[in-house]
Design a binder for this molecule. Structure first.
Ligand code: E4P
Ligand code: PEP
Length: 338
């Protein structure tokens, strides 16, 4: 069961509901969105039905939700949400480009990649300081030094930072630098991490687990929402299939499917999906055509020297083509590129 609060609801109104639900043997979790607060209830729905929650001050609606995910479901939140990252919107009216290096390697490489991204129309900078690598011998990222580099590059370019956190213990540190916290495919069902980012007070980008069903992905998002944070952007980044021609298979149908099931914005990562530079533009076009609310794309000034994922990074000339995609495609769908 979910309680939708009015925009005018006060903290006392919310706490009164939490107290009433607790007294009835249940648990209530408040998630504050930009426009309104939603309170998800766990426990005996029939017992809650006796509490006259609809008559409580500040309550706009009480909804019985049949999906296993409640707070991120579109059932009780019919309008699609816009998540704002330091003033940059990600939502149904826009197509937002997040771009930058896969990994932060040096100050110069990060700045060059950020300037390339900005020239292509990016309004948010991506870059990993903590890299989840298949091999323990592969470059693992610069850690806090990488976060400092990102902060300097934000200062120089004005681009807010999206960066991954791979361990619940690092969430506070990464959140002290980041404008948006990324949870990657490999940690998409790391529930302690999801709860920690949910409590960190920063917008979250949650990638789809490479073997996750859409329902599992939305339940992962529910862990974040349950800790009080509805500023979540979902990212389809390709799933594992039997096809080895691409690194992953971009599940383009996930975009409209998830948008029907959830009010959260959905973006696409064409770089990690295809794993190949030559596929990034076609997959970007497909994503926008399917209704994606944004793209997250790897760029690198010298991909042949990249310490992570060079083969999928866009270089100079490609960025003009990406800029053209962002100029031409979103208006066809009534959207603005941001
Ligand atoms: C994302 O950037 C990941 O860290 C990267 O794609 C992992 O690649 P790997 O499997 O080569 O370690
Ligand atoms: C990334 O975007 O840096 C990343 C690690 O991607 P994924 O989790 O999708 O592999």
């Amino acid at each position: 069961m979910v309680i939708v609060m009015t925009p005018e609801a006060t903290q006392d109104d919310i706490e009164a509901i939490i107290g009433l639900v607790a007294a009835a043997g249940g648990e209530a979790f408040a998630s504050r969105g930009v426009n309104r607060t939603i309170v998800g209830l766990i426990g005996d729905v029939e017992q809650f039905a006796t509490l006259n929650l609809r008559g409580m001050p500040g309550v706009a609606d009480v909804v019985r939700v049949s999906t296993p995910y409640k707070l991120v479901s579109r059932d009780n939140h019919p309008q699609r949400s816009t998540v704002t990252v330091r003033g940059v919107p990600i939502g149904p009216d826009t197509v937002t480009l997040i771009a930058g290096p896969c990994a932060v390697e040096t100050p110069r490489q990060t700045l060059e990649a950020a300037l390339m991204a900005k020239a292509a129309g990016a309004t948010l900078l991506r870059g990993g300081a903590y890299k989840p690598r298949t091999s323990p011998y592969a470059f693992q990222g610069l850690g806090e030094e990488g976060l400092r580099i990102l902060a300097d590059v934000r200062e120089q370019t004005g681009l807010p930072i999206v960066t991954e956190v791979v361990d619940a213990h690092d969430v506070a540190l990464v959140a002290s630098y980041a404008d948006m916290l990324q949870v990657g495919t490999r940690n998409a069902q790391n529930f302690a991490l999801l709860q920690a980012v949910g409590a960190a007070g920063k917008p979250v980008m949650l990638k789809r687990g490479m073997t996750a069903t859409i329902e599992e992905w939305l339940m992962a998002a529910e862990y974040v929402a349950q800790r009080g944070n509805l500023d979540i952007v979902l990212c389809e980044r390709g799933i594992r299939t039997y096809e080895p021609a691409t690194r992953n298979t971009l599940d383009v149908s996930a975009v409209p499917v998830v948008q029907r099931l959830s009010h959260l914005p959905v973006i696409v990562d064409p770089s990690h999906s295809g794993g190949r530079r030559d596929l990034v533009l076609p997959l970007s076009r497909a994503a926008i055509a399917a209704g994606a609310d944004g793209l997250i794309v790897d760029v690198h000034p010298h991909p042949e020297q990249a310490l992570c994922d060079g083969p999928q990074a866009l270089v100079d000339g490609d960025l003009d083509d990406l800029a053209a995609v962002l100029r031409d495609f979103p208006p066809l769908l009534g959207r603005t590129a941001t």
